[in-house]
Design a protein around this ligand. Structure first.
Ligand code: SAM
Length: 370
């Protein structure tokens, strides 16, 4: 692989004032997997710690299992990935709002520029790319205080995980008393800070919180948030998943339709993972992400970096690729970029949930970063 221009050695060398020459990393080759999928979407876990113990995610007996890296090291890895075509960065965890230095990290990320145009051609040396699409997924517990600083630092979008809109059910799921009020305050603070419309992710399980479906439709309309129901995947610590516990897209649509008829919304892009709906009066939006019953791997554009600096090419990967180990061993940005290219060639075609040959991945969701 030929690199058109040398990379910047370290994020620490970036001066305070934006300098287009520094903000447009360049490479001659855009990241594509062996199936031709362009890799444009990075999920980065910035800590393995979480302050919730959601019953479907964690056993409650285990804490953080993996280390976290200095922010400057994450920034270097992100810069290299951006130079290879990443345009969207979603910060996650663990719980990302627990991570010190997060706001400053977002400010640094907001100064990066894309290295490729929408048509896939490289941004030329004399041009400046677009700002990245910066998003964050959080449980919202600490969001009331952090929403405005994150917005001011350059965060574009936020997703808050909420698995109930009834405070008691909410606390039973998170295993944290009075958590619902905190999270609702966080959602409202994010809306007020200009991070709206906030997306609210809800994982539904039969017998746990499927009673909340209709209430979530009302919640979307009342709070002006976009509710995304996500089918439960076999990514939990311990063993809870079974096909029977999954609340399917079809069931969610049928249940809401009975009380509030849904109107389908057209997809905005081919790789959109959610089936989107509004209501007859156009107020409120819900979406359903159905990785189990209607997999969307064919349009996958994602790569993940764990808090300890390992690349995962799929949520369900059996192997991880130690990018940080190579960084620590002194490899140059060009060597690391070449390693990322080779790694992405092995990206899985699809997951095998529900099939006889399915193997649980080597990490659970909280330790990968959702
Ligand atoms: N702490 C942050 C949060 O709560 O959003 C980020 C990490 S959390 C693991 C990310 C998302 O993954 C949450 O929305 C959570 O509900 C979801 N999740 C966890 N386990 C899941 C599973 N087995 N299937 C589907 N989604 C899951």
């Amino acid at each position: 692989m030929l690199l058109a221009r040398p990379f910047i050695a370290s994020i620490l060398s970036i001066p305070a004032a934006p300098d287009p020459a520094l903000l447009t990393p360049a490479t001659s080759e855009r990241l594509r997997d062996s199936y031709g999928r362009a890799i444009t979407d990075l999920r980065l876990s910035v800590t393995d710690r979480c302050n919730y113990k959601c019953v479907y995610c964690r056993t409650g007996n285990e804490g953080a299992q993996y280390t976290e890296l200095p922010i400057a090291d994450y920034l270097r890895m992100v810069r290299i990935l951006v130079s290879l075509g990443v345009e969207k960065v979603r910060l996650t965890g663990g719980e990302p709002l627990l991570r010190s230095g997060l706001v400053e990290m977002v400010a640094e990320l907001s100064r990066l520029r894309t290295a490729f145009h929408a048509d896939g051609s490289p941004v030329a040396a004399e041009e400046t790319g677009e700002p990245l699409d910066l998003a964050l997924t959080t449980n919202g517990h600490l969001l009331a205080d952090l929403a405005a600083p994150l917005k001011a630092a350059g965060l574009n979008r936020i997703t808050v995980s909420m698995d109930a809109v009834d405070p008691e059910t909410f606390a039973r799921i998170t295993r944290v008393p009075r958590s619902y009020d905190r999270v609702l305050a966080g959602v409202r603070a994010a809306q007020a800070a200009g991070l709206g419309p906030v997306k609210v992710n809800c994982v539904l399980l039969h017998g746990f919180n499927d009673s909340q479906i209709e209430a979530f439709a009302e919640f979307s309309r009342r709070e002006g948030v976009i509710v995304r129901f996500i089918e439960f995947m076999p990514l939990e610590e311990g063993r809870l998943w079974s096909p029977e516990i999954v609340v399917s897209l079809a069931e969610i649509v049928e249940r809401i339709n009975r009380v509030l008829p849904l109107t389908p919304l057209p997809p905005r892009e081919a790789s959109e993972t959610a089936r989107r709906y509004t209501f007859a009066d156009g107020v409120g939006e819900i979406g359903i992400i159905a990785p189990v019953t209607q997999a969307f791997c064919g349009a996958c554009s994602r790569v993940r970096l764990t808090s300890d600096g390992k690349i995962r090419t799929c949520l369900f990967s059996q192997v991880e690729h130690d990018l940080y180990g190579r960084m620590r061993a002194g490899e140059s940005d060009e060597q690391l970029a070449a390693y990322i290219h080779r790694t992405i060639q092995g990206k899985e075609a699809r997951h095998h949930i529900g099939e006889p040959d399915f193997l649980k991945p080597s990490r659970s969701m909280v330790h990968i970063g959702g």
